[in-house]
Structures are given as C-alpha cells and as structure tokens.
Design a binder for this molecule. Structure first.
Ligand code: NAP
Length: 265
C-alpha cells in the first residue's frame, strides 16, 4: 500500500531511539515539525515523544517496528494511512554494522543488516514518494556514511550497504529533478552514538584516533543539507577530502588503510 493521506504533515524518522536519529528528531521538533518515530525500542521512543511534545508542542507518533522484518515498511505505511498522517520529510537513518571477517561472520546478522540498511530504506522511500511527488514537495534524507566511498575489509557488508545508499540516493535524486522532491545522502564519519558498541568497533583506531563529533553536530549538519536539497553532504573537512581523494589512491593501499583503522588502536 502506498501512503495516500491528506492529513497533517510529519517527518518520519527511522532509528529515532538513539544517536543521530534521536538528534534529528530533536532538531526537527525544535523547528516546530511533527514526528513519526520508528525503532524497536518503544520505551526510548515514548520517552522522546514525551520530551518533544512537552518542549515544542508538536505532535509525535511512535511506531515500534523491527526493520529487519520484510513486511515492516508496508506495516508502517498502513499505520500512517490509518492515522491519516502525511509524510513530507522521510529520514532513513536506522542501520547497524558488525565487525569481523566475512567468512566467519554470522550470516543471519548480515542478512538482517542488508534488510535494515538497504531493503527497508528502499521500500519506505518507494512507498512514501508518490504522495510527495503528487504534492510537488518533499525531502528525503538517507544516512549513508564515509564508508560509502570505500571497500571495508572486516566490515564488508556494512560498507557495501552504505555504497548502495549513496548511489541509490544520487540516482533517485536525479529521477526526481523538477518534481519539488529532493534527496540528500548524508555521509558522516565516525560519530559518537551507540553505533560503535553495536558494531563492536569502540576500540578501533577510527574511534580512538580520529576526531569523533557528537550525534547532535552531525544531525544539525545533515538537517541543514536536507533543507537546502543538497545531494551529497559529507560531514567534516577531513572526511570530505578523503572521500574525494580515494579514487586516486591505489586500491591495495585503500584496503590496507581501511583494515588498519577498523582494527584496535
Ligand atoms: N556513528 C557512526 O560512527 C556513524 C558513521 C557513519 C554513518 N552512520 C550512520 O548513521 C545512522 C545512525 O546511526 P547511529 O550512529 O546513530 O547509531 P545508533 O546510535 O546505534 O542508532 C541506530 C538506530 O537504528 C535503530 N535500529 C537498528 N536496528 C534496527 C532494526 N532492526 N529495526 C529498527 N530500527 C533499528 C536503533 O534503534 P533500536 O535499537 O531501538 O531498534 C537506533 O535507533 C546509521 O545509518 C549509521 O550507519 C553512523
């Protein structure tokens, strides 16, 4: 079912129970925007709903959902329809990574990673877009990563999933030109959130040796880029430089450096 509502407009934010997603919800609500918050941890979402409604007098709707389930996106859009909630901003933020060489990795965990990082993002985008195009306005913010520009030994599926998000976002941004709907791929580098613990990379050189900005900084930067309709937004000067220069560096060296920064410092 595609979203076909005419009611009050909201930003739908996946992965709003922690990290960058929670900060994006705070940034949006502070501007007076209503939110639909999606994640598995209902308690965290309900606490955020209470905080945002009290502080900013906006409407917040909570949907507890596991985006690894193949019918999650359909179920979310059905609920929006029942509640007469229209989405004018879609923020596909939920994702996770996992450290370890691919040949010993847990296959179910990697399959779930593709479902959350890629499949749910594609499905939600496809289900929400027609109504935005019909209204002639809308914003989509897909959270990719600086990993999108690199092959990622020891986190191969995660890095590849982010390359998908980046290329998918740029391509549909082009499909959508002249529709009033824009698509932004936000590419943060290592950022303070629960991500490093979930992926088991807290002790990596990437998190120990490189500057690690707060989720708030990244969310504010990404939100501004989305409002402006920027297609690719790389957070941080060093990250932007690295992303642009990587194409000129021999691939063997790129692989060695990425492996090194993923390992314990
Ligand atoms: N932190 C970094 O270093 C970094 C760098 C580059 C890009 N990113 C990207 O930034 C985005 C946000 O990550 P973060 O750093 O804020 O990580 P985080 O603190 O771990 O937050 C991840 C969010 O995704 C949700 N999520 C995970 N699995 C889910 C599932 N199966 N179903 C529904 N929701 C799920 C989590 O909620 P529940 O656990 O409640 O479900 C949580 O709200 C991700 O796309 C990540 O890839 C992060």
């Amino acid at each position: 079912m595609e979203a076909q509502t005419s009611g009050t407009t909201y930003a739908l934010i996946t992965g709003a129970s922690a990290g960058i997603g929670r900060e994006l919800a705070r940034v949006h609500a502070a501007r007076g925007g209503n939110c639909v918050l999606v994640a598995r941890r209902g308690d965290a979402l309900r606490a955020l709903k209470h905080e945002l409604e009290t502080a900013h007098h906006v409407r917040v709707h909570v949907i507890e959902a596991d985006l690894a389930h193949t019918d999650a996106a359909e179920r979310i859009v059905e609920e929006l329809h029942r509640e007469d909630i229209a989405i004018d901003i879609l923020i596909n933020n939920a994702a996770f990574g996992s450290y370890g060489p691919f040949h010993t990795a847990d296959l179910d965990r990697n399959t779930d990673m593709i479902a959350v990082n890629v499949t749910a993002l594609v499905q939600l985008t496809r289900l929400v877009l027609p109504q935005m195009v019909m209204r002639g306005r809308g914003r989509i913010l897909n959270i990719a990563s600086t990993a999108a520009f690199l092959p990622g030994p020891t986190m191969s599926v995660y890095y590849a999933s982010k390359a998908f998000v980046l290329h998918f976002s740029e391509a549909i941004a082009d499909d959508l030109r002249n529709t009033g709907v824009t698509v932004t791929a936000l590419c943060p580098g290592p950022t303070e959130s629960e991500f490093a613990d979930v992926a088991n990379v807290r002790k990596s050189a990437a998190f120990q040796r490189l500057p690690v900005p707060s989720s708030r900084d990244v969310a504010e930067y990404g939100y501004r880029a989305m409002v402006r309709g920027k297609r690719v937004a790389i957070h941080g000067v060093l990250n932007a430089l690295t992303a642009r220069m990587v194409a000129f560096v021999p691939r063997g060296l790129v692989l060695r450096v990425v492996r090194m920064i993923q390992q314990s410092a």
